[in-house]
Design a protein around this ligand. Sequence first.
Ligand code: TYD
Length: 212
Amino acid sequence: MARGRFIALEGGEGCGKSTQARLLVDALRHRGIAVELTREPGGTPGAEAIRRLLLDPPGEGWGPQAEALLFAAARADHVARLIRPAIEEGRWVVSDRFVDSSRAYQGGAGGIGDEVVQALHAIGSDGLRPDLTIILTVDAETALERTRLRDGDVGDAIGNRDAPYHRAVSDTFARLAGESPSDFAIIPGGEAPETVHQAIMRAIAPFIAEAA
Ligand code: TYD
């Protein structure tokens, strides 16, 4: 049986990933493709428990190293228990965030560095890469408006970080895509959801054609 495809959606806060992940999964199912919708941090019971520790940390919060290790630990469980078995059984996986979030948030904005994040990923998850990583971009104002509408005044420990942190996240995503363009599709996320969805469908069309 052919291996399933693994697609990750990435971007900063309020870029519309979660909406687009749902639209993508619906479209794939409509074409008869078996697909799992999942997210990071999370996706398995263990990783969802770590998610709660990361987004609502006890005490004074995690230092940069502990935070990077917790994301890597959550991802190790997610890859071993959900992503790898699914793709090996021929199902597709669409993940709302994956390792490039750690590269952009912890590695770039958090200052841990890309090599450390990649080393943790090699240890934890065998360095598994998506077949394609879709980065949704939005301008800072749209992002702020969308997250305010969604979260009100109660964001999480990472979403609430300051504007320079979030600018560094976006800059790092752009740099990663620039360094290995064939791994990424950069899609403007500020348009109407259906327009963005059509752009995503064009980006993954080669994989759909192979699955047919
Ligand atoms: P979530 O509520 O899922 O935010 P969003 O809707 O923006 O995806 O919370 C996930 C938060 O965790 C988000 O601020 C990004 C952050 N994050 C990292 O810092 N590193 C990572 O490796 C991952 C997967 C997420």
